[in-house]
Design a protein around this ligand. Structure first.
Ligand SMILES: Cc1cc2nc3c(=O)[nH]c(=O)nc-3n(C[C@H](O)[C@H](O)[C@H](O)COP(=O)(O)OP(=O)(O)OC[C@H]3O[C@@H](n4cnc5c(N)ncnc54)[C@H](O)[C@@H]3O)c2cc1C
Length: 544
């Protein structure tokens, strides 16, 4: 029986776990928190698919076309085709395992418009699509737990890969309650650790997703891809804790963006420039346009009747009232773009294997399907779909040899114990906050050479000082050991952004405002002993 270690238990991790268990493999599903607390539960807007009997005359070909165009033609056509062709079956599967989709007046699955879509194809479960899918997959995981095929390991964080000569044999995990490291050997390791929010501080997403795993694996030889493509969601609202997402569903239901001119008159700048569909341009376009107004921007949905708002956008109504005392049935919402999603991450081939043999990546930590900009509703789809693709690939793989890494484990445990015994001299929280500030300031919606170099120099300062930074005993060990991985990732993101001398999708350069044909390929970056080397994937080495 094959043993699979899956790290991260959001939608992509659970989808992979269930698919592996269905194929008779034994799975260890490790994460610091239960699935109910993964970022996946925050997804509200919906999941994209073209259902066979849709009334919109929508086709899978249109979904493929929109996804490729939305991603500024940087995603691989073959992988996107697989994703879109698989979408209808995924909705059916999710329904079969207990996901309760909203229904329209005729009792059919209700769907709405999202940005960059030629047809309405985003299916939703009231305001809690992510939560519904997590709940349904969780029940499936429980079924296989009872059958002894899935073993949950909670309170476990990724520490490092057990990698030798480009092959992965398992991973070292850190137990938060034991304060100890543990080597877990497996025929395949699947990373499902989500995006890189912590790198940017206040975002719409979860602070569980810090990008450390990608940074550490990069240091251990894994190739990363498209790191410069960071999705700024155009409509988020400032709150004390985080940037609160104002779902694209508001614009899907007709919400209008505007600013006030000097006469206090509303200017519907998106409609003025792009026509009636202006508000539903892709996220990269809307964010850039908001940035270029240089003004405070508002989103208005108050012209819809209260009943429709309560029926279709209940969570937006509640969020605005609770966090900002704004009644969206009467007044507009102040919005601004904020970091929301990462198109970049671990480079994977179409079967989700990374550049390291037997190491796979699924969900938001993998860079595949979305090119230079993701369409709303395609990420939940990719998380469910990718989990299945990786499981298929793992089943097909012949069993390889096993190697033990007990000496490595012992050394890493000694390092951790020694570090914990040293005096605390540096506030880790301060460095993390500073990294977030550097990234926000130097890697905004529009970047330029000077700001990117400035950002790189500031991150290099922390990387060079790493030896002098002592462990901070007032925080969890995880925060201490994960910092160097986060710094290396930050440096890699800035390096990729500097390398791409054009504006495409979510990557906008002040000095290079057009798409350049020479850059019509994904960016790949690898690390070797302090050296970062960037290149374009001209051969379609990864996603094709
Ligand atoms: C507010 C919001 C709304 C969204 N709405 C939509 C939507 O409507 N439609 C859509 O398609 N997409 C949406 N998205 C995006 C989508 O929700 C995510 O991209 C997707 O759910 C990611 O799933 P995942 O399984 O890859 O990661 P996550 O759900 O983020 O799970 C990551 C898992 O990895 C674990 N983990 C992290 N680091 C470590 C570590 N070092 N060691 C061990 N475990 C670790 C976490 O604890 C967690 O279990 C939204 C995102 C946000 C933030």
């Amino acid at each position: 029986m094959k043993n699979v270690l899956i790290i991260g238990s959001g939608i992509s991790g659970m989808s992979c776990a269930v698919n592996c268990a269905e194929k008779g493999m034994h799975v260890i599903l490790a994460s610091p928190f239960p699935s109910e607390r993964a970022q996946s539960v925050m997804a509200a807007g919906g999941i994209n698919a073209v259902l066979e009997d849709n009334e919109e005359d929508d086709t899978v070909e249109s979904h493929i076309k929109d996804t490729l165009k939305g991603g500024a033609y940087l995603a691989g056509e073959e992988s996107v085709r697989g994703l879109c062709e698989g979408a209808g079956k995924i909705i059916k599967y999710l329904e079969d395992i207990g996901t309760v989709f909203s229904l329209d007046d005729k009792g059919r699955p209700a769907h709405r418009a999202f940005g960059g879509q030629s047809h309405k194809r985003t299916y939703y479960c009231g305001a809690s699509t992510g939560k519904q899918i997590v709940t349904a997959l969780n029940m499936e995981v429980r079924r296989f737990e009872t059958a002894g095929l899935i073993e949950r390991r909670l309170g476990m964080c990724f520490h490092s890969g057990l990698i030798k000569d480009g092959i992965c044999y398992g991973a070292i995990l850190y137990g938060e309650s034991t304060n100890k490291l543990e080597a877990v050997y497996a025929d395949a390791v699947v990373m499902a650790t989500g995006g890189q929010n912590v790198l940017f501080g206040k975002t719409t997403g979860s602070t569980q997703c810090d990008g450390y795993a990608a940074g550490k694996l990069f240091e251990q030889g894994a190739v990363l891809k498209n790191l410069e493509f960071i999705q700024y969601h155009p409509t988020t609202m400032e709150t004390a804790q985080k940037r609160m997402l104002i779902s694209e569903a508001v614009r899907g239901e007709g919400g209008r963006l505007f600013y006030l001119d000097e006469n206090n008159e509303r200017v519907y700048f998106m409609e003025n420039k792009y026509g009636p569909e202006g508000n539903l341009q892709t996220r990269d376009v809307v964010s850039r346009e908001i940035y270029e107004t240089g003004k405070d921007v508002y989103l208005d949905i108050s012209f819809l009747d209260r009943k429709t708002i309560f029926a279709r956008l209940p969570e937006v109504y509640e969020l605005c009232l609770k966090y900002r005392n704004i009644d969206i049935t009467r007044e507009p919402i102040p919005v601004a773009p904020s970091v929301h999603f990462f198109m970049g991450g671990l480079a994977v081939k179409n079967d989700h294997e990374t550049s390291i043999r037997n190491l796979y990546a699924v969900g938001e930590c993998a860079s595949i399907y979305h090119g230079a900009n993701r369409l709303g509703g395609n990420s939940l789809l990719a998380a469910v779909y990718g989990g299945g693709v990786a499981a298929d690939a793992i089943t097909r793989r012949e069993d390889g040899e096993k190697i033990l890494f007990e000496d490595v484990l012992k050394k890493e445990q000694e390092k951790l114990t020694q570090a914990a015994d040293t005096e605390s001299t540096f506030a880790y929280a301060h460095i993390r906050d500073d990294v977030a500030k550097i990234m926000q300031e130097n890697l905004g919606i529009v970047r330029d050479e000077k700001s990117l170099i400035d950002g790189m120099e500031q991150i290099d300062f922390y990387i060079k000082s790493a030896g002098q930074i002592k462990y901070d005993n007032s925080v969890l060990q995880y925060f201490n050991y994960s910092l160097p991985g986060i710094l290396i990732l930050a440096r890699a993101v800035l390096t990729c952004a500097r390398f791409r001398k054009e504006s495409r999708g979510s990557h906008n350069r002040k000095e290079f405002t057009e798409i350049e044909a020479g850059f019509s390929y994904p960016t790949l970056i690898s690390y070797d002993n302090g050296n970062y080397s960037v290149r374009l994937d001209k051969e379609g080495e990864y996603e094709s």
